[in-house]
Design a protein around this ligand. Structure first.
Ligand code: AMP
Ligand code: MG
Length: 331
């Protein structure tokens, strides 16, 4: 049985004790829940891959509570790193630097390592008390939607990890923006809440090339080549003006803005957003996918959003659906 730890000092003390003993503890962040192990404990880090069923060529993000931790595990740190940290940490920006002093399990054998300072006081306290950073891939079974609540972690990993530190619902709801600072030009490897425009003042040459992560090419972010964020039930993307074509049947689930759901009586519905708030839609996406991942549901339709602030949302929805649209359901 996996222990659920409360968001208080006793909960943190217990998590510290377990992590120091090489055990795995899931922790809250503002993006999604992470699956924690001490970053310098090769055996515990290997157990993270086991618990998730994660391919071991997919490296982990190292979560820090201060910059000394980064400086201990990174080399050749460029000035822009400090400028980015000043503006965006703690927050949902992961930065890739040249690694040193870390077990191969963390970096999946790469010469680089990803760092983030999460915006969760509870987790920052936990890391500060450990005095060492913790690795933290999303705390889900590999390939499934990331957990935004302790209950999601429990569903996927009960019995496979020692504890979950329950910090409530993750505010952002999708994983961090990953930026590689080790190449000749900086690259966004994964879109997140912090957009290319947000970063442009500090990184004027920053590129986001969706082809970097397409199946045919060698991916820069190793994780991107795997199927991701997918429930067992097939997911279809649907535009606002197509929603009325979805049959109103009890075995179908529709995830859309509240204004687009009013005509459905039989279908299962989920209010993704109000007034097309992309923040709200992003916050709710994984919860909706998990809620409808049940045998009674034969398809999940999810509304598409447009605009730069929807880049992260659409990236996860593309992957969850495998690019399938309403027309693919109708065929
Ligand atoms: P998650 O599976 O949610 O932990 O996501 C972590 C993401 O960061 C994955 O897509 C990894 O491939 C990526 N990542 C972590 N470390 C590195 C690295 N050194 N170089 C490139 N991508 C990395
Ligand atoms: Mg993940």
């Amino acid at each position: 049985m996996t222990e659920i730890l409360k968001a208080n000092s006793a909960g943190i003390d217990r998590a510290v004790h377990l992590l120091n003993n090489g055990e795995l503890v899931a922790f809250p962040t503002e993006t999604v829940y992470g699956l924690g192990a001490l970053a310098d404990d090769a055996q515990a880090v290997a157990a993270v891959f086991q618990a998730k069923g994660r391919p071991n060529d997919n490296p982990l993000i190292v979560h820090v509570s201060n910059l000394a931790m980064v400086e201990h595990y990174a080399q050749h740190i460029p000035n822009v790193f400090y400028q980015l940290v000043d503006q965006f940490w703690p927050g949902s920006l992961t930065l890739i630097l040249e690694a040193k002093n870390l077990p191969d399990e963390v970096t999946a054998g790469l010469s680089t390592v990803a760092f983030r300072m999460p915006d969760s006081e509870l987790t920052l306290d936990l890391i500060e008390q450990l005095g060492l950073p913790i690795v933290g891939p999303s705390a889900n079974t590999s390939g499934k939607p990331s957990p935004t609540q302790a209950a999601h972690v429990y569903h996927d990993l009960n019995g496979k990890i020692s504890a979950i530190l329950d910090g409530g619902t993750a505010e952002v709801g999708v994983e961090s923006t990953v930026v590689d600072l080790t190449g000749s030009i900086p690259l966004i490897l994964r879109p997140g809440k912090i957009t290319q425009s947000d970063l442009r003042a500090i990184l004027p040459t920053l590129k986001y090339d969706a082809h970097l992560i397409s199946a045919e090419e060698v991916p820069k972010a190793p994780g991107m080549k795997y199927q991701h964020y997918s429930p067992n039930v097939p997911v279809f993307m649907v535009a606002k003006d197509e929603i009325s074509q979805i049959p109103d049947q009890a075995n179908l689930a529709i995830v859309a803005d509240e204004s687009d759901l009013i005509n459905f009586k039989q279908a299962k519905i989920f209010e993704l957003s109000k007034e097309y708030s992309i923040e709200m839609a992003t916050h709710n996406l994984y919860q909706a996918l998990r809620q409808f991942d049940q045998p009674e549901v034969s398809a999940i339709f999810v509304e598409v959003f447009e605009g730069e602030n929807a880049t992260a949302y659409m990236n996860r929805l593309q992957k969850a659906s495998g690019g399938k649209r309403l027309v693919d359901y109708q065929q």
